[in-house]
Design a protein around this ligand. Sequence first.
Ligand SMILES: C[S@@+](CC[C@H](N)C(=O)[O-])C[C@H]1O[C@@H](n2cnc3c(N)ncnc32)[C@H](O)[C@@H]1O
Length: 225
Amino acid sequence: MSIDYSKYPVPRMRHHTSPNYYLPHDRQQLGDADYPPLYTSLDWSQVFADGGAPELLDIGCGMGHFLLEYAQTCPRQNILGIEVRRAPVEWIDGVIKGEKIDNAAVVWYSVVNGIPFVASDSIERIFYFFPDPWFKKRHNKRRAFTAAFLDECARVLKPDGVLYLMTDVPDVDAYQRKILDAHPRFSYVECSDEQWELPVKTDQEILSINRGFGYTRLRCEVRKS
Ligand SMILES: C[S@@+](CC[C@H](N)C(=O)[O-])C[C@H]1O[C@@H](n2cnc3c(N)ncnc32)[C@H](O)[C@@H]1O
């Protein structure tokens, strides 16, 4: 089931949003009233057609092609996209409704506030693909991948759950590995094309392939005890 994206014109949108949104709500400076909602719980019966909770998370889902196509490929699993920019969220929501992809949903939310609305031990797979690199040292604090982020991933993943990472930025890869190495609850392996078990590619992944950029894939397993 491929989606005819020409039915869903993409509005003009920026690569980044307000710098405040990349900081946790209690550390953002401007008291922006328009900060993404701080969900502590979500009523899944209003989110997914089967009334169940998500089993898959796509964090920083961008324009959502991976989310939408993964949902179609695995229709028995609910997948939730989490995205800090409002315009892609609205666009993805339009595609989900237009195509009636009942097992996909997306929320406007900044993951630097944790994911308290996701139950512990409930998630099979977390996808965290091609995060914004924030190259400049003074912008590093906008990176969402932190020890606290890994604590949240470890909390929500099921005992055999997996966190999948991809990046085409060597500095981001080294930064993420350092945080993973220091974290007591994750072990990881780098995957080749053959070892990568996911059936769908992300927009950034396709871009990297088309432009001949190298990129790294890590499969991170959680230790629950
Ligand atoms: C480079 S894009 C990658 C999109 C997609 N994962 C892919 O592989 O094509 C990174 C995405 O992460 C989103 N993002 C960055 N910081 C975030 C945050 N704190 N919470 C949620 N999403 C975030 C950005 O808005 C952007 O859409």
